[in-house]
Design a protein around this ligand. Structure first.
Ligand code: ADP
Ligand code: MG
Length: 241
């Protein structure tokens, strides 16, 4: 069976407008990611990884080029329509967890459902299931500052899952965690990928990137390497000799 393409980026450019004029950051980036893949984006600081992830997440627009997300040409769509596609398709995980400090873990995970118009009891029921899934069933009424960094990232992952996304985008999700905790978080991403969620994560650590099936390396705003270390369900022409 043909795999569905989740992400298709062609001839993508991004310039930032600065006082000194346009500053080119992404320069003719081309990338296709099929459903079920697990991709690590690597490269040195300043190579454009976060800029690229922000465009993948529809948080920013390219200066030039095409981006088709789940069949939608989001680079040229209206902002409201883009938001609809984004909310339905993508769950975000950040380096700094980005939890609400004054809210319980339950409310943090349930928050994205407020915008879906789902009533509170149902929101809490769904959030509870996800907190159980990430191993935090005992802590649902705690606040973020009462749990460890690794646990906070688990909460953020549960929150990312609450709208049942097909794609998770994570920018340096283990960047604030020690190596043992990082491995635990990577095990959780691996489990989610096994369950069929497509994952794209940024890391500059090789041992973290090895958890992914495919490693894409940026340098100076271009993809300079694209390798696959783990077989994917995907029958991918790029890996054929
Ligand atoms: P990475 O995530 O790989 O470290 P970034 O995408 O954050 O790289 O940044 C790539 C380049 O773009 C860097 O030179 C950075 O300074 C520059 N940059 C990032 N955001 C902006 C912005 N909003 N305005 C101008 N330059 C930016
Ligand atoms: Mg970055």
């Amino acid at each position: 069976m043909m795999q569905k393409t989740v992400i298709e980026v062609s001839h993508l450019y991004k310039d930032y407008q600065t006082a000194a004029g346009p500053f080119p950051v992404l320069k003719d980036v081309n990338l296709r990611i099929e459903s079920g893949d697990y991709v690590a984006i690597m490269g040195p600081s300043g190579s454009g990884k976060s800029t690229f992830m922000n465009i993948l997440g529809c948080l920013d627009k390219p200066t030039k080029g095409q981006y088709v997300l789940d069949g939608h040409a989001v680079a040229t769509m209206e902002e409201n329509d883009v938001a609809g596609v984004r909310n339905k398709t993508i769950g975000f995980v950040f380096q700094g967890f980005n939890l609400l400090a004054r809210s319980s873990l339950l409310d943090n995970v349930a928050l994205p459902l407020v915008y879906s118009g789902i009533e509170k009891s149902e929101r809490h029921a769904r959030a509870k299931v996800l907190l159980e899934k990430v191993g935090l069933a005992k802590h649902i009424h705690s606040r973020p500052n009462q749990i460890s960094g690794g646990q906070q990232q688990r909460v953020a992952i549960a929150r990312a899952l609450v709208n049942k996304p097909s794609l998770i985008l994570a920018d340096e999700p283990t960047g604030n965690l020690d190596s043992v905790t990082s491995e635990e978080i990577m095990a959780l991403f691996g489990q989610l990928n096994q369950e069929g969620i497509t994952i794209v994560l940024v890391t500059h650590e090789t041992d973290i990137a090895e958890h992914a099936k495919r490693q894409v390396r940026f340098l100076d705003g271009k993809i300079v390497q694209d390798t696959r270390t783990h077989a994917s369900q995907v029958l991918d022409s790029e890996i054929m000799p």
